[in-house]
Design a binder for this molecule. Structure first.
Ligand code: AMP
Length: 417
């Protein structure tokens, strides 16, 4: 049975909390952005305030063995600073029994990187390149078998389990999904998870209409499942960015040198057909900003998106397109934005993406619900200073993308079931 942090009695209890402390470190192992640590602090503080103690677990990077470069010891001081209490460190997540047992209310223990163990992900490591299928199957079975012990051992440290790692909610790993079954009546989401889940549910299941999705980014192939799911749910679908050109070419447009995927043109046409059948309005770019060179100094020209000369490449949405999209955005009550509508990394091609961010800020101020998630649009709104002017900015790229695809995320299902 799922519990809730606000009503759970943590007095004298040890909570094992899965967080996403996979923060970027520089060459001196200093944290360059501690957003992920800050995001988990409300949950962690609440447990301590309510008389509990904390055993915090996370991964950092993608180590394939014990590797000091990926040690969570680099972040102990910052976690302690943000939490406002000392943080003890267990330098092996499987040998923390004594430290966990000795924890008193208000005390905090951070476990070393879970991914030092293959059991966290449940995937075999160190297989020879020429391993046979039987060898691969045997290695997989072996790691799955030892994974049970790994999960049980982690669970033995605590009385209750909290998952606040939305960034890894789409992974069926030991600490994100499997451990929950050891706490059938004492498992719950942290505040960050709760916020993400509410935002997704609001858009996908309880949206006030009209509901508009803006999908951009580079490739149709990476967003096919997203488009397929959204076309059954939204009223308006704005398709921009590099991926828009596959649609425009599929419809017979001349797109010059613009990014596109010929093999996905049938899928693009099928999505347009389905939208038509369902009465969903699709808005492709009608006007493109073109360039012959990916640089901030390059000459640019505006072309009809379906008539771009051979040497030119569409890298941003043109003014008429942005004006047309703005009308759709202004008339919407709920908006989901996934993926930039231009090569926003280069300032002179970032105007369209900036304009979308501004439009979303305006409709949010006017009462619409706006969710930005699952791709580079999150980086764009954050970079452009609009993160606090939209309703919700997701912290989990891959997890949000899979949620928008309509998939059940293992980290969420494990708490709910
Ligand atoms: P995604 O990760 O799928 O959200 O894609 C983000 C990437 O799409 C960014 O790096 C953008 O530079 C890129 N992108 C957006 N529009 C275009 C375009 N018209 N041509 C090429 N790349 C684009």
């Amino acid at each position: 049975m799922q519990q809730y942090i606000d009503s759970y009695d943590f007095t004298g209890k040890k909570a094992i909390v899965r967080v996403d402390f996979n923060v970027p470190l520089n060459e001196n192992f200093e944290i360059t952005d501690d957003t992920r640590i800050r995001a988990a602090i409300p949950t962690l503080k609440k447990v301590l305030e309510k008389g509990g103690s904390l055993i915090i677990m996370s991964h950092l990077g993608r180590p394939k063995k014990v590797d000091p470069k990926f040690s969570l010891k680099h972040i102990v001081a910052r976690v302690s600073e943000r939490l406002g209490v000392p943080v003890q460190f267990a330098d092996d997540c499987m040998k923390a029994d004594a430290q966990a047992a000795a924890l008193k209310p208000g005390e905090v223990l951070l476990l070393e990187n879970l991914r030092y163990y293959a059991e966290e992900e449940g995937k075999p490591r160190g297989l020879a390149e020429d391993a046979t299928d039987e060898e691969k199957a045997a290695a997989k079975a072996a790691v799955k078998a030892s994974q049970k012990e790994f999960v049980k051992h982690l669970a033995s440290y605590a009385d209750c389990y909290i998952n606040d790692a939305f960034g890894t909610a789409h992974r069926a790993h030991a600490s994100t999904a499997l451990i929950a079954k050891y706490f059938p009546n004492d498992k719950m989401f942290g505040y960050l998870m709760e916020g993400e889940i509410k935002a997704i549910d609001h858009v996908l299941h309880e949206a006030e209409r009209p509901l508009t999705a803006i999908v951009g980014g580079s490739k149709v192939s990476s967003k096919l499942a997203v488009l397929k799911n959204l076309v059954g749910k939204v009223d308006n679908l704005i398709i921009g960015g590099g991926m828009g050109y596959t649609f425009i070419k599929a419809e017979g447009g001349k797109i010059g040198n613009s990014l596109h995927e010929d093999d996905l043109m049938p899928d693009a046409l099928a999505i347009l057909e389905e939208a038509k059948a369902k009465g969903v309005k699709v808005y492709l770019s009608t006007e493109a900003v073109g360039t012959q060179e990916f640089s901030n100094e390059a000459e640019t020209k505006v072309f009809p998106s379906c008539d771009i000369p051979d040497e030119w490449e569409g890298v941003d949405a043109g003014p008429h397109t942005l004006a047309a999209w703005k009308k759709v955005i202004d008339a919407s009550k709920t908006i989901l934005w996934n993926g930039p509508v231009g090569v926003f990394e280069i300032p002179q091609f970032a105007k369209g993406t900036l304009r979308i961010a501004q439009d979303l800020a305006e409709v949010t101020a006017a009462g619409a619900f706006t969710l930005v998630g699952g791709g580079d649009s999150v980086a764009a709104v954050t970079q452009m200073g609009f993160a606090d002017k939209v309703s919700y900015v997701s912290t989990g790229g891959g997890a949000m993308l899979e949620a928008i695809e309509g998939k059940d995320l293992p980290g969420i299902a494990a708490i709910r079931e």
